[in-house]
Write a protein that binds this ligand. Structure first.
Ligand code: LMR
Length: 334
């Protein structure tokens, strides 16, 4: 009897050990935008690649559209290990204490994606990701979205038109300063709250890359969109450092490989998706789209350039100067 029980125990035990050995590692990847955006598509691409390369040993669960956590909560959730991966906008690292990322928010700092990639893929990009380590976070990659434009219910052809507008911003002091430089009243709101705030008039307007504006249907509650393209919005893909370091080395390597491919994918689709979003907004006929003239663009630049020097003490003069070197931006030339 005893021997039978022992044998049974061993059999059951080895079954459950086998089940345990096969249980996939779950990675919860939470984000706040729609699936049908550059970040949404890149997260889905990463899921597919990672599951393929690890042959199912890792399962990625993507939670889009703030279904799991909103902006601020998702950072906390990552730090305590309730989720394993995020890709927050670079404008959202200030509250975490890594305010240097706000260098990407400086108005008109970047003219195109190439200038940006020289920074994100160079020493400054690495230095910024390294700053996350003491917070228990590992930075894995930068993913593009695009260049932001202003929307509101009023035509906006010059900085004077922005005066007194209540404008939603992400949680960045640079963006706050940018809005104040234009005479607008900045208000920080979580991304998930923006549509309703625009609809109910809690705020008058906001700034977005068009892919975000369109997929959140903000154009349905914004009569005017001015293609200022005054600032960049992109992401740092981050993970919980303890979780990442605790992965078996071969799995970590496969995930890193999947991330390299997902990053390439993200940066390839970002512009196309923003262009498609603009076409879709045009087609909807719900928003009047205005393209500023070169002179009007210069006016916006001149009105906001002081933000660069105002934010030196927050971001670091050296970091700002090193980025000027890469982008050729020269405030003295305006
Ligand atoms: C925003 O809050 O406007 C963006 O950061 C949303 C996003 O993740 O693109």
């Amino acid at each position: 009897m005893k021997i039978r029980a022992l044998v049974m125990g061993l059999v059951v035990g080895s079954f459950s050990m086998a089940a345990f050995a096969q249980a996939p590692i779950i990675i919860k990847f939470s984000h706040v935008v729609a699936n049908d955006t550059p970040k949404g598509h890149a997260a889905d691409f990463f899921k597919k690649k990672a599951e393929e390369l690890t042959k199912g040993k890792v399962k990625i669960e993507v939670y889009a559209n703030s279904t799991l956590y909103k902006d601020k909560e998702e950072m906390e959730a990552l730090q305590i290990g309730a989720v394993q991966m995020l890709a927050p906008s670079l404008a959202k690292f200030g509250p975490l204490g890594v305010k240097e990322f706000e260098v990407f928010d400086l108005p008109y700092m970047f003219d195109d994606y190439n200038e940006l990639h020289r920074v994100t893929q160079g020493p400054a990009g690495k230095m910024l990701l390294d700053k996350l380590e003491p917070k228990g976070i590992r930075g894995l990659a930068y993913w593009d979205n695009g260049f932001k434009s202003f929307s509101s219910n009023k035509p906006m052809k010059s900085p004077a038109d922005m005066k007194g507008l209540k404008m939603r911003i992400q949680s960045s002091k640079v963006l706050e300063s940018q809005m104040r430089a234009l005479g607008s009243l900045p208000q920080v709101l979580a991304f998930s709250e923006v549509y309703q705030a625009l609809q109910t008039g809690v705020v008058d307007g906001t700034e977005n890359p068009i892919s975000n504006l369109y997929t959140q249907k903000m154009h349905e509650v914004q009569k005017h969109l001015t293609l200022t393209e005054h600032g960049y919005l992109g992401y740092a893909v981050i993970t919980n450092k303890k979780f990442w370091d605790g992965l078996p080395a071969d799995i970590r390597k496969q995930l890193e490989e999947a991330m390299v491919e997902a990053t390439k994918f993200a940066n390839d689709v970002a512009k196309k998706e923003n262009d498609a979003g603009l076409e879709a907004v045009k087609k909807s006929g719900k928003t009047t789209i205005y393209t500023p003239t070169a002179a009007e663009r210069l006016e916006f630049k001149k009105a906001t350039v002081k933000v660069h020097s105002e934010m030196e003490s927050r971001i670091g003069k050296e970091l700002i100067q090193s980025i000027y070197k890469e982008t050729g931006f020269d405030p003295a030339k305006l």
